[in-house]
Structure formats: structure tokens, C-alpha cells
Design a protein around this ligand. Sequence first.
Ligand SMILES: *[C@@H]1O[C@H](CO)[C@@H](O)[C@H](O)[C@H]1NC(C)=O
Ligand SMILES: *[C@@H]1O[C@H](CO)[C@@H](O)[C@H](O)[C@H]1NC(C)=O
Ligand SMILES: *[C@@H]1O[C@H](CO)[C@@H](O)[C@H](O)[C@H]1NC(C)=O
Length: 779
Amino acid sequence: MASSSLTGRNRALFSVSTLLLCFLLCISEQSNAQSSPVFACDVTGNPSLAGFRFCNTGLNIKARVTDLVGRLTLEEKIVFLGSKAIGVSRLGIPAYNWWSEALHGVSDLGSGTSFSGQVPGATSFPQVILTAASYNVSLFQAIGKVVSTEARAMYNVGSAGLTFWSPNVNIFRDPRWGRGQETPGEDPELSSKYAVAYVRGLQETDGGDPNRLKVAACCKHYTAYDVDNWKDVHRFTFNAVVNQQDMADTFQPPFKSCVVDGNVASVMCSYNQVNGKPTCADPDLLSGVIRGQWKLNGYIVSDCDSVDVLYTNQHYVKTKGEAVAKSILAGLDLNCDHFTGEHAMEAVKAGLVNETAIDKAISNNFATLMRLGFFDGDPKKQPYGGLGPKDVCTADNQELARDAARQGIVMLKNSAGSLPLSPSAIKTLAVIGPNANATLTMLGNYHGKPCKYTTPLQGLAETVSSTYQPGCSNVACPEPDIGSAAALAASADAVVLVMGADQSIEQEDLDRLDLYLPGKQQELVTQVAKAAKGPVVLVIMSGGGFDITFAKNDEKITSIMWVGYPGQAGGLAIADVIFGRHNPSGNLPMTWYPQSYVEKVPMSNMNMRPDKSKGYPGRTYRFYAGETVYAFADGLTYTKFDHQLIKAPRLVSLSLDDNHPCRSSECQSLDAIGPHCENAVEGVSDFEVHLKVKNVGDREGSHTVFLFFTPPQVHGSPIKHLLGFEKVRLGKSEETVVRFNVDVCKDLSVVDEIGKRKIALGHHLLHVGSLKHSLNISV
Ligand SMILES: *[C@@H]1O[C@H](CO)[C@@H](O)[C@H](O)[C@H]1NC(C)=O
Ligand SMILES: *[C@@H]1O[C@H](CO)[C@@H](O)[C@H](O)[C@H]1NC(C)=O
Ligand SMILES: *[C@@H]1O[C@H](CO)[C@@H](O)[C@H](O)[C@H]1NC(C)=O
């Protein structure tokens, strides 16, 4: 209808002018960038505030929150349901922007953080998928600790908030996912360990008081979120159909660990629906699980802006007020963006949600800010008050970024005599490829501004004289300049090709359609390798894996390395590995599938387990038994490690209560809960596995010991499952004993069809590399 389309256009004009207004305001906000932190209860500046109980640091947080909430009008309360809280000046509460990000370094992607003259950049660590490949839990925590120090330093000069919506702990379920790069990979155990360690690094204060937070972390995106934009499937409208079994043993574990073991201060619900309900409006998932079962101490925040999305895109509710009401009643405390601020009053007036529910939500938000010291007066006088620009991008922090990158780098192929290159034997090195001189690409998404960059070319050229040809104008590589690249390769003693992807290939809101190297990269690589006279090292810079079967099988390509998106010091780390100053010890945190896999499997099928009747092959190393290009946990080193089992039981007998049904009749499995689990007598429901690990090569190196188990085939159990891993560093000929404590009910259990943990009875197989040990669990 003509009239309505006119209204539509007016609305569009109106929003353009609001945007313009906002643009101008934002500019002026930028130029007035403050140099002091925002905080409440400035009793020095305003002595009258000292009388408020919520400012009294001697009281407990609960009492302070209750006092504060009791002083607010409904209008004022609604302000604190949204991420851009404008504050309440009569109570000395300034505006606070909740949205900051620190996925792998302080980022300015969230509007609560910005770089400025005072702090022009922050240490940019490798994208998470590469850090995960180090399998080094102390590294995960060390990075988190540096990031929170830099974050506090930036907060102190008014450049950042205190609430960071990181990490992303979704399972990297499908190789095409554009955000797989942000995650710790496909394995629930690794993802859980990563979540806990990174969150501790961000949150834990030096004093170790659990009531205080250094900064507040956030595990996201809850839950079963791992499709962005694939064919006609979009995250805003995608309904992830997830069975209870996959939910319990694949999608939920990282979140559970993050809350229960990591004590995270926040969880973010996702855009997608799970089994027909938007996650941000699902009371079972939010109040029921996160708060009820896992006992979150903190706040639940929506993705930006999931509450709007469930109304506008999903049409899940009829009115905007209803969207607000349903999400708050489900357990949401904070909405990223302004939708709740605009529509909460409508919801209250319509009787869809009452003030008590709003009080509950804002109380969780306030309690978090109180644990951060936001209501404790001048931060300069608090712990971390001495941090400032001098503590950002320090030499040590930048060295950790370099170390993290080299600890993660995975060597996938290395023909005898190829790597490491000996600098004295190389007069010229040809460095070729669209990522050979990469800067921003090395950071991956959710980046900030790095302290500085060292590109692969710069890193390699520090050691040997290097020549350079990009070979393609960009990673899409539509028309490679094969002639120049091949000529360069032919004139050099060795060749390093730096290929792969960037954010134009895989990113938020962009999933891949195939697993091939983009454009004509393969042709360039093959022709360059053919022309080369010495070793050819193929370096893949990417988040997701590629089908590089051609390179694996090409004898002219003597080495292959995957470097993720290696962060600001990526070029140094790559050179450290190529010239052997660092012995590679990274292992893939995800399966590299052949192209045929994605031709068979729709990205939108969430099922982890294979379905033979439909030709569905299953997902990840736990359930997919087909061909891989490279497998989960693959990774080579310049030395060699041997394992020897020195202790593991052959038989574990669980003692059941007299009246337990499995005493009288045959059972395939037992509940992984009950007296037989609690009477943890050593050798009864838990046991030790001891392995001797020896470095039998001729140089020092680090090595991850992976302990997998294969349970009996009941309840569609996994082919194998990582039950623990431990990274050790060993000098030449050095050996050590690695000990795993295995709790039968926790670590050796499987999840049944309705999502319950069970101990399968019968023959289990433990594996470490090629070593296998069989173990019988009986009653
Ligand atoms: C407010 O709403 C909640 C949730 O619907 C309900 O349990 C509670 O009794 C209500 N409180 C008041 C004071 O009406
Ligand atoms: C490599 O990139 C750096 C940083 O952008 C730039 O300064 C340099 O000129 C580039 N080198 C070549 C050979 O293009
Ligand atoms: C793990 O990382 C830490 C921190 O960077 C490092 O000191 C340690 O050597 C690493 N461990 C191994 C076994 O490589």
C-alpha cells in the first residue's frame, strides 16, 4: 500500500538522521576521550555519597546491592537492563558501557573500549584456535592474565570497561564455520580446559578473593551456536535441532566447566533457537541450567541484540514488550544494546513482567560491578590502581604473544632433511604468497590494535636474505602471477609459501562453502613447488582446515605448517619454527576433512553421531570414522618421544549397594552418580594411569601426552574420547612420568540417549599414541 510505504520511507529517513546524529556525537565523544576511569561512589568528589550503604565497602555485596536497588525508581532500574547504562547522577552513578571484548588481547570491537593517544594498541595474541593447538593450559591462563592486566591499565585511563565478553567456547562442529577461528576447537575436554584457564587468567585477583574480580569474563554463545551464514541458513533465524545426547556431551560441557570450575562472571545467550526456542528466552536453559544447576555467580547477557532478533527476525513473540518480558523471565539480566531500555516499560505496563523480576536482573548486574570495585570509589586507590599505559605492550607481554604463536604452530608434514632450515645453508629464501607479508590478517577477528606487527616476510628476513612475490593480489587469488613467483622460486635455495585465508573467506557472518584453498592458490603452490630447486615449505594461515590433499601428496612440497592466525608476532614465531630456534609442539584442535565431507553433510545438521541409514558420517574425531586430510591431535616435532605405560589397572570393580538392580540382573551400563561413585576409594572408583615419556630424539622439545579412551559400544558412544592431556618439556634423552588421575564416573562415563551420564560396563581401551591398554569395568 502506498501510504504504508511512505511511512516506511519516512522511518528510514528518520533513522538515517539519527545515525548521523549519533555519528556526530560519537566523534565528539571521541575527541573528549577522558583520561580517567568511570566509577561510582566518588566520596572524595561528592562527600554526600558516603552516607549511602551501597557505597560502604565494609558491607557485603548482597546488602549493598539491596540498598542500591531500593533507591531506584522503575525508570532508573530499566536503564541498568541495557549495556549502555546511562547512570543515575543523583546517586553518583556514571554512565557505564558493558560491552568490551578481549578474545585474544584487548579489542576495540566492543564500544566500551577504544584505543587513543595514551594507549594506541594492546598486545595481540594469536587467534584462539592457534593458542588452543598448544594444548598448554598454563599458557591459556598466562595469556588471560596479561590481557586482564592490560585491560585494567586501559580502564584506569578511561579507555576500557571492566566487563569483557570473552571467551567464545562454542564447539567447532563444522569445518566451514566462519567463527571456528575464535574457539578452542572441536573437543569438549580441550574447550573446557581452555575456558576455565582463560577465565581464571582474566578474572582472578592477586589476592585470590572469589568475591573480587580483576575483570569480568563471559563464556559465549550459549548454546549450540555454530552456524553464522551458510547458503540460506542464517544465525538470526536458525533453529538448531539438537538431541539431548549431543547437548549433554558436546555442546554444554565447555559452558558447564566455565561456570562451575572457572567461576565465570557471565554467560552470553546466542542468537539462534535451540529446538524451537530462542536461547535468550528459554527459562530451562537460562534459569534452569545456568543459574539453577550450575549456580552462576554473575549475570546473563544477550548477544547484540538477541532480544530484538527474537522479535524482529524470528517472530517468536507478538510485541516488543513481550520479547523483553519473556527474556527477563527466562533469566536474562542484561541486554546488549538498547532494545530492552526502549521496551521494558511497555512490558511492565502491559503486566507481562513485574518490578520484582527487573530487580532480580539488575541485582545480578550490580553485584558483578561491585565485585569489580566499580562502587568502591577512586580506582587509583584500589588494587590495580597503579596500572597504566606503561603496563600495556610491555616487552614481556609481546614476548608471550610470540611464544604463544610458536607453541601453537602445527607441523603437518616434514620430509626428511626439509625443516628446520639451516640459515648457513640458505643464501636466498623466496617468500611467496598472498599472506607472506600479512599484517592485519595475522590477527584474525575480534582483534584490537596490536603493539606492532612482524610479518612472515619480516620475520624470515631477519635471519636470511629473502626475496618476495605475493603471487596473488589477495587470498581470493583470482589471477595468480605464476611466472614471476615460479622464477623467484627457481632462483632461491629454499621457498616458503604463505597461503590460506583471511576474514574475506571466513569470519563472523560468513561461513565457507567449500574446503579448497581459495581461488587459484593451489595452482600457484603446485607451479612454484615444481620450479623450486630446494625445500618448499607450505605455510597455511587460517582458522579452519583445508583440503590440501594435493600438497600432502606432492613430493616437491617438503613441509607443511598450519599457523592459525598467529597474532602480532606471527612472523617471528614462524621464523623461529622454520629455522629450528623453536621445536614445534602444536597439535590440531580440529579434524581437517576432505572436500567430499562438506558435499555430503549439510552444515545445518547438528547431529554429532553418524546415521548409516542416511549416509550421514558424523562429526569430529569422536564420531566421524571416515577419511581425513589431517586428524585431530596431529602434529609433528623435530625430535621423537616414546611412551611406556607403567601403571594402569586391568580391572575396575565398582561396589554396588545390596539393593542395586544391577546386582541381580545383567546391565550394560550404570548411572554415573550414586554411592558406587561417591565411595572414592583408590582403586575402586578412581585410579591412576602413569606413563613414562622419553625424548629419544636429538634435541629438546615439548610434547603433549593425549590420553584417549574407547568405551564399549553402548548408547552410541564415541569412537574415542579425550579424557585428559598433559604437556611436558623434555631435554634430549630426558624422561619423565606423567600421571593422570581417572575418576571412573566423571572421566570414563558416556552420555546416554536422554542426556544422562552412564558408566558403560565391560571392555574399555585406553590409548596414548600407538600404545593401547585394555581395561575392564565390572560390578
Ligand atoms: C513477579 O513475577 C514473578 C514471576 O512471574 C512472580 O513469581 C512474582 O510472584 C511476582 N511478584 C509480585 C510482587 O507480583
Ligand atoms: C611488508 O609489509 C610491511 C608492513 O605493511 C611494509 O612496510 C613493507 O613495505 C612490506 N614489504 C614489501 C616487500 O612489500
Ligand atoms: C607452557 O606455557 C608456559 C607459559 O608460556 C611455558 O612457560 C611452558 O614452558 C609451556 N610448557 C611446555 C611444556 O611447553
